[in-house]
Ligand binder design. Structure first.
Ligand SMILES: Nc1ncnc2c1ncn2[C@@H]1O[C@H](COP(=O)(O)OP(=O)(O)O)[C@@H](O)[C@H]1O
Ligand SMILES: Cc1ncc(C[n+]2csc(CCOP(=O)(O)OP(=O)(O)O)c2C)c(N)n1
Ligand SMILES: [Mg+2]
Ligand SMILES: [Mg+2]
Ligand SMILES: [Mg+2]
Length: 355
């Protein structure tokens, strides 16, 4: 730690001194990183750049009740990297912009940066710069990630085709259930110290740890995205930030196809099921309309689905087939366990239309 309260130049000096080694940066293709007017990086011939940014802001994406400072940093990086995964690309470089109220202590920023770097290191992403400003209300972090993908081979939302199956790279809804719990009960910081990766158990709610973990420490699905991209049989791909319904609608509209979700095929994590039952909620509501899962959903040629599932298993990953693409008008439907087919509302997390 440098000094107790934040100072822009001291913070930048601390960052320039480097939390990632020169070797790590050089291996990642950085010619000039933090400390000049802009970063200079090398790009591979035959590849295209893939660029995205995501913002997390206090009271909208986190509160002191829901996330520790390290989690805020980790999730800000993870959610931005997730959009690179959703293109089937490899993340390479990140820029981090932080705005915080003048009274924010440096230790808080150090914790957030610890989370940012933990996630970046995990995925071989070099933080090459950013920006620091004061803010009049709350903390905001914006992470820009630049990645690369083989020329012409990015996986787009618009590529779904009738006859494809719809898949998901993991279970959905746990993050939203974890948030539900955290907003009601909060997480006493002393029970979950910053250096502890797993949340503590709650004797009143067995299994709640995995829901909290899903909310606070999501993992971008880079490995799954690359496996799908390299396979050559994946058509559309999208990451789940706003809920399954919203993301399926995005694929449907971008591709001009209909999508049917099959209720019986949508996996429900055991912990989500117990939480929903104990709270008299429908687990499907968390899955469809919750969001922040950062799993990937996408479509692929039906005849390759089983061999793809085997490839995933060999890589220690899972792939669930949860629906299919039809040639009907754009829209998402749910084929219920009862056999009824009902429309799925085009709703999910929407920043200016909540509740
Ligand atoms: N303020 C903005 N200016 C320019 N482009 C934006 C802005 N906000 C969002 N976008 C673009 O709109 C698209 C959808 O954004 P978003 O819903 O945030 O995607 P995601 O859910 O994948 O993060 C993306 O291509 C994003 O880059
Ligand atoms: C305190 C709090 N309230 C509500 C939420 C729920 N929430 C906030 S943003 C969001 C959707 C994802 O964020 P967004 O900024 O839309 O990411 P993007 O779609 O751009 O990736 C959700 C479900 C939360 N995480 N924390
Ligand atoms: Mg976004
Ligand atoms: Mg996305
Ligand atoms: Mg969103």
């Amino acid at each position: 730690m440098l000094v107790s309260s934040i100072d822009e130049f001291a913070l930048i000096q601390w960052l320039t001194d480097g939390k990632q080694s020169r070797d790590f940066q050089q291996a990642g293709g950085v010619a000039a990183g933090i400390g000049d007017d802009a970063a200079v990086v090398n790009i591979q011939p035959g590849f295209q750049l893939v660029m995205t940014c995501d913002t997390m802001t206090e009271k909208i994406h986190f509160t002191p009740m829901t996330m520790r400072d390290q989690d805020i940093g980790y999730k800000a990086m993870a959610s931005a990297i997730s959009d690179i995964a959703a293109m089937g690309a490899v993340p390479k470089f990140a820029l981090v912009a932080v705005s915080c109220p003048p009274g924010t202590g440096l230790p808080r920023l150090e914790e957030m940066y610890q989370g940012l770097y933990d996630c970046a290191n995990r995925w071989n992403v070099v933080i090459v710069g950013g920006d620091t400003t004061s803010s009049s209300a709350g903390i905001t972090i914006t992470v820009t990630v630049i990645g690369e993908v083989e020329h012409g081979k990015a996986l787009l939302r618009s590529a779904a085709q009738p006859g494809d199956v719809l898949f998901a790279t993991g279970t959905l809804g746990s993050s939203a259930a974890g948030l539900d719990y955290l907003l009601q009960r909060g997480l006493p910081a002393e029970l979950w110290p910053a250096d502890n990766l797993r949340p503590p158990a709650d004797p009143d709610r067995p299994g709640i740890e995995s829901l909290i973990q899903a909310h606070c420490r999501p993992e971008p699905r880079i490995d799954a995205g690359r496996l799908l991209q390299q396979s050559g049989v994946c058509h559309a791909l999208n990451d789940v930030s706003d809920g399954l319904a919203s993301e399926a609608w995005e694929i449907s509209e971008a591709s001009g196809v209909g999508i049917d979700l099959i209720e019986d095929r949508i996996p429900i994590a055991e912990e989500l099921m117990s939480y929903a039952l104990a709270n008299e909620k429908d687990p499907l509501d968390y899955i469809l309309f919750g969001g922040e899962d950062y799993q990937l959903i996408g479509t692929m040629q039906a005849e390759h689905a089983i061999s793809m599932q085997m490839k995933f298993r060999e890589a220690g990953l899972v792939l669930y087939i949860i629906g299919y693409v039809n040639a009907e008008a754009e829209g998402v439907r749910l084929v219920q366990s009862s056999g009824y087919v009902v429309p799925v509302d085009k709703k999910g997390y929407n920043h200016f239309r909540k509740g």
